[in-house]
Write a protein that binds this ligand. Structure first.
Ligand code: 2AM
Ligand code: CA
Length: 261
């Protein structure tokens, strides 16, 4: 990929501008629509930020493909060449109901391999960033490799959908085997809490490519394991039931519990 430093500098500028759009919106009434159901929302700001990124990418990197939550590239059938993967607001329910705990996520994949990943925790002003093979950073400070904590010594994030599932007890069993369950409601922020060692893992019920793409690059740079719950590699062309964890917690969960096979 050409001019990595230039891309990095531009993307950081764009993320700052996008964050200003999201915070400025608190002054105005949001236009909110349900997508699939009342817990799956989109606002005018999700759409505005996605449009903002698309215009920037098309101006600076014409011809590169874009996969974005709010409509771009959903017909994509392969990841050949350079693909930008964007979630303008991760944790839209939090954005609407709490004005807190939401993130802007952007990443670049080349021939299916993650190269650059960014997760910006807007209200904490915390930018998590990684380049493949060159480590992960929080606001410019290099992050250490995670300690390989076992499940019974750590807090775990489990998605609301898995915890509330009345037909499968496994998520709650995993929760009981851990030090405790935490739920934030933003896949990106749950991921960065595993990256910094505050959580030992994160289980997602059905995450879209844009919920996973940036976080996977960052997580793998600090020694974490990120796969589908059935043990297969993440597939960025579909939704995935996911597990992200320290190697020890990952092996324990995969061996002893049966969330999905
Ligand atoms: P989103 O806010 O960008 O939609 C909520 O537990 C987490 O799961 C969020 O990161 C949310 O991302 C993601 N998610 C994926 N599919 C979802 C859906 N159909 N409804 C609600 N959240 C979803
Ligand atoms: Ca989103």
């Amino acid at each position: 990929m050409n001019q990595l430093d230039k891309r990095n500098q531009l993307i950081k500028e764009w993320i700052s501008e996008a964050a200003e759009i999201s915070k400025a919106s608190f002054e105005n009434e949001l236009v909110i629509h349900e997508k699939t159901n009342r817990t799956d929302l989109v606002t005018n700001i999700d759409k505005e930020i996605e449009r903002f990124f698309i215009e920037k990418i098309e101006t600076f990197f014409p011809g590169e493909r874009i996969l974005g939550e709010e409509g771009s590239g959903h017909q994509m059938t392969d990841l050949e060449g350079i693909v930008w993967i964007i979630d303008p607001i991760d944790g839209t329910l939090n954005f609407v109901k709490q004005q807190n705990d939401f993130a802007i996520m952007i990443s670049i994949y080349e021939d299916g391999v993650g190269q650059l990943g960014y997760i910006y925790d807007v209200m904490q002003d915390a930018l998590y960033f990684a380049t493949k093979g060159q480590g992960a950073y929080l606001n410019g400070r290099r992050l250490k490799n995670v300690e390989d904590t076992p499940l019974n010594q750590g807090l775990i994030a489990i998605s609301h959908r898995l915890m509330a599932d009345e037909t499968n007890e496994e998520a709650r069993k995993i929760g009981r085997a851990s030090s405790g369950v935490r739920m934030i409601g933003s896949a990106g922020l749950e991921t960065v809490h595993v990256v910094t060692g505050r959580l030992v893992g994160y289980l997602g019920a059905s995450l879209a490519p844009w919920d996973i793409a940036a976080g996977k690059i960052i997580a793998e740079e600090v020694g974490l394991v990120y796969t589908q719950l059935n043990g297969k590699k993440i597939d960025l062309l579909k939704h995935n039931a996911t597990i992200l964890a320290t190697p020890r917690a990952y092996n324990e969960i995969m061996k002893n519990y049966h969330l999905e096979r």
